[in-house]
Unconditional design. Structure first.
Length: 418
């Protein structure tokens, strides 16, 4: 008996529905999973080659302990005729069938049928070499195959925890020194469930899976990890600076969809906004009404960041897209009588517009139907509102402001502070 088809050809037979294989087809593969430590149950994972595999699949079978019949590295032949073949997410599955609400899915092959379909060859067990790669290269790997990641560690939030919660399938976050992440999936019934996660850095070997858009790794036991090196140096991405401040606020009289908030970086170097927040206090409220998380954005030196509640309208009016699109009723969608705070990653207020607890109507911080523009000589944020730092147009002219409603686009200069 010998193989007459491949994993790839088998996958090409699938067309969105589970079906029973009728042809006398046989594939050849190698066992890469083990239930000896209890992290796999009634599952046998196979891949097409011992080295540089391209495909892997799961055979669901009522077979325990499977590792005694099919040890790691066993070369097997799988007689496909009579088996059901399907796909769950990105995992190819073989087995029996079960029906739920009229839908046929792959289920566990009864124990008495396993050896009719899964035949261990007389070849000496081979050494399956895990495919070496990095987290950033996972999209190049064959799913449900054995891989090895080097220079990874558990995230700080995971330190001190066990591999899994009792009787619960548990996810722990693994990351490399650039903080690229992958999930470690562990059964709450594994023998090593209560073992504490290692605190160092090193290599991990496991079967690569994918759940939705997230990659997951499943180990056979704790010997698949070798975390004996020092942890990665800490990456500091949270910075504070007085050089970031609110430079322009817009509430056009002719188009509320053209509202925006502009932030400016007066320094000579780019500044990362990781964990920075822009907060809005509506009217006289003293509790935050809405906020915008600015993580993931950087303001270049002597440059601006434009935040819009209506990106499509902003682009039509001003001729270019905003840097950040947010929702209506956000800090960028003020009607001119609200108060704003710019807060750094450590909770300090770096800049403010208006007076929290005071409705802006008729005050020196009203920009309804108008514009609030920071004066060019201002180079730093101010945690206390100072009217002398602003040029403010509105539709009332109260408290020293200018009674002159503003229209978009001509009366505004998004992206052009100083």
């Amino acid at each position: 008996m010998s193989a007459n088809t491949t994993f790839q050809e088998l996958e090409e037979m699938y067309s969105d529905e589970t079906f029973q294989i009728q042809e006398d087809l046989i594939i050849e593969g190698y066992v890469i999973s083990s239930d000896e430590a209890g992290n796999f149950f009634n599952e046998v994972y196979l891949q097409d080659k011992t080295k540089n595999p391209t495909k892997g699949l799961l055979l669901e079978a009522e077979l325990s302990p499977a590792h005694l019949y099919y040890p790691l590295g066993t070369k097997v032949l799988v007689k496909l005729k009579g088996l059901f073949f399907g796909k769950s997410g990105e995992t190819l599955r073989l087995g029996s069938s079960f029906t739920s609400f009229g839908n046929v899915s792959v289920g566990r092959l009864p124990a008495l049928k396993v050896q009719d379909h899964l035949i261990a060859t007389c070849d000496e067990n081979g050494l399956v070499e895990p495919f070496p790669m990095t987290i950033s290269q996972l999209d190049q790997a064959g799913l449900n195959t054995l891989i090895k990641l080097n220079d990874v560690e558990f995230g700080e939030e995971e330190l001190g925890l066990n591999y899994a919660e009792p009787q619960e399938e548990t996810i722990r976050a693994l990351q490399d020194c650039e903080e690229n992440k992958i999930e470690l999936l562990t059964s709450g019934y594994a023998d090593f469930q209560e073992v504490q996660l290692p605190e160092g850095k090193g290599s991990i070997t496991g079967i690569l899976k994918k759940e939705g858009t997230k990659y997951q790794l499943v180990i056979r036991d704790t010997t698949d990890l070798d975390f004996t090196n020092d942890r990665c140096p800490e990456i500091i991405t949270e910075f504070t600076s007085k050089n970031i401040f609110i430079s322009e606020l817009a509430d056009p009289d002719n188009n509320t969809g053209a509202r925006f908030v502009e932030l400016y970086n007066s320094s000579s170097e780019p500044l990362d906004l990781n964990l920075w927040t822009l907060r809005r206090y509506t009217n006289e409220k003293t509790e935050v009404s809405s906020s915008v998380e600015l993580s993931g954005y950087t303001i270049a030196a002597k440059s601006t960041l434009i935040i819009s509640p209506n990106a499509e309208e902003f682009g039509l009016v001003y001729g270019f897209p905003p840097d950040l699109s947010v929702s209506t009723n956000s800090p960028a969608d003020s009607n001119g009588d609200d108060n704003l705070e710019l807060v750094d990653p450590f909770g300090s207020i770096i800049d403010v517009f208006g007076v929290v607890g005071e409705d802006g109507s008729g005050t020196n911080h009203e920009f309804e139907d108008g514009r609030a523009l920071r004066k060019p000589e201002v180079t730093q944020g101010n945690p206390i509102y100072n009217f002398t730092e602003w040029i403010i147009h509105n539709d009332s002219g109260g408290a020293g402001t200018i009674n002159q409603p503003q229209n978009a686009p001509g009366d505004y200069t998004p992206g052009q502070f100083n």
